[in-house]
Design a protein around this ligand. Structure first.
Ligand code: PLP
Length: 393
């Protein structure tokens, strides 16, 4: 990484590294567009959320233009889309998600269920293997309005088959919302081909757009004018600057915007997406599968004797871009590893997450990282470290 060639960064699924071109582009936007252009630059900025959305759609999401918008956070977008979907599904009062879905997803859905008096069905997922299609099929009936799932599980990296599960949900007459946070930029996503209804995702993980960069949302074209999102802001208004007396939503995906977009973050989404687009998501995925398989092979050989157990699916096509390893001392080992200049992260309960993002990680990085892990586990060199995680893990 920048200014530290020894550092091995395996945490790009939490915060992606800074692309060289993003730094230059952000500096230009700050110095010129903002610094010199001031408010006159808004004419170049208003189109950014759509423009960045179309780039994501084309390079990373398998979606035609006009269906993706960069806006808000994942949490807020999930609230917007889930609420809109429930309003469109009158007569149905059940929301489904799984008990291993990312916390913010479960909390937002709990909140929506409480506000509307809906039932939230929490399906059980194996925390290492992910949700089974069978479990979902069993839970579907004609009361179900909405099914909200992650494409790639945040802890284990388990990847579910989006087309297969979407089809199950549609047969029951329900709508899907896919959370793509750990999928976008790490696995090819085919939203249109899977006939996904709705999706949300972040851009600061594999898309490398920086801390707090805005999220995206996807609404399938034919649903856009049927769904109405709950936050009636002026950026979703038809003919926004006529400042009309009452809310009249813009046609298409623009109605899913809320307020003033985050310009600097959106520019970084464009640059991050451009970079992955140039590399090509299929080629990145091929390298990612080879990297994670290599990592698992070394872990089997070097780490199993020291108490590590694989906590991700073993089959490459069932795995996203990262691998989790279970160990009773996973937290202290993750801290000792950082001391050795290998950055992964810890996820409760007792898991070390390693994400060899293919855009920046080499096979020798994986070898070096696993060799250091083996040393740490063999020497118990984590013994002097505190056993409790700090605020941010
Ligand atoms: C990272 C992540 C989020 C984050 O949501 P924010 O609103 O950006 O904080 C949500 N869902 C999943 C599955 C994630 O991995």
């Amino acid at each position: 990484m920048r200014d530290d060639r020894e550092l091995i960064y395996l945490d790009g699924n939490s915060l992606g590294p800074l692309p060289v071109r993003s730094q230059a582009r952000i500096a230009e936007v700050v110095d010129q567009d903002w610094g010199v252009g001031l408010v006159r630059s808004w004419k170049n900025w208003v189109g950014l959320p759509r423009q960045a959305g179309d780039m994501l759609a084309e390079h990373l999401l398998g979606a035609a233009r006009g269906q993706v918008l960069v806006a808000d956070s994942v949490t807020v977008n999930l609230y917007k889309l889930a609420s809109a979907a429930l309003d469109a599904q009158r007569g149905r009062d059940v929301i489904i998600t799984d008990d291993d879905n990312f916390p913010t997803d479960r909390y937002v859905l709990q909140g929506i269920a409480a506000q509307r008096g809906c039932e939230l069905r929490l399906l059980h997922s194996d925390i290492d293997e992910g949700l089974s299609a069978h479990t979902l099929a069993e839970a579907l009936d004609d009361r179900v309005a909405l099914v909200s799932l992650s494409h790639v599980a945040y802890r284990s990296g388990a990847l579910v088959n989006m087309a297969e599960l979407t089809d199950l949900v549609h047969r029951a007459g329900a709508l899907t919302i896919w959370d793509l946070c750990h999928a976008v930029g790490s696995v090819p996503v085919e939203l249109d081909a899977a006939t996904a209804d709705l999706a949300v995702g972040c851009t600061y993980k594999y898309v490398n757009a920086g801390p707090g960069s805005p999220a995206f949302l996807y609404v399938r074209e034919e649903l856009q004018n049927r769904l109405r999102q709950p936050i009636w802001g002026w950026f979703g208004q038809r003919d926004q600057f006529s400042m009309g007396p009452r809310y009249d939503p813009a046609p298409g995906i623009d109605a899913f915007a809320t307020g003033t977009p985050q310009v600097i973050g959106t520019v970084a989404v464009e640059e991050g997406t451009r970079l992955l687009g140039e590399a090509g998501i299929d080629r990145l995925r091929a390298k990612s599968m080879a990297l994670t398989s290599y990592l698992i092979g070394l872990a089997d050989e070097w780490l199993t004797p020291h108490g590590f157990v694989l906590a991700s699916p073993r089959a490459g096509q069932r795995r996203g871009g990262h691998v989790s390893l279970r160990h009773t001392e996973a937290f202290r080992i993750s801290q000792a590893l950082i001391r050795e200049k290998v950055i992964g992260d810890y996820r409760t309960p007792g898991r070390l997450r390693l994400a060899p993002a293919p855009i920046t990680t080499s096979f020798s990085d994986v070898w070096d990282a696993l060799e250091k892990l083996r040393q740490i586990a063999a020497d118990k060199s984590y013994d002097d470290l505190p056993t409790e995680p700090s605020v941010v893990t």
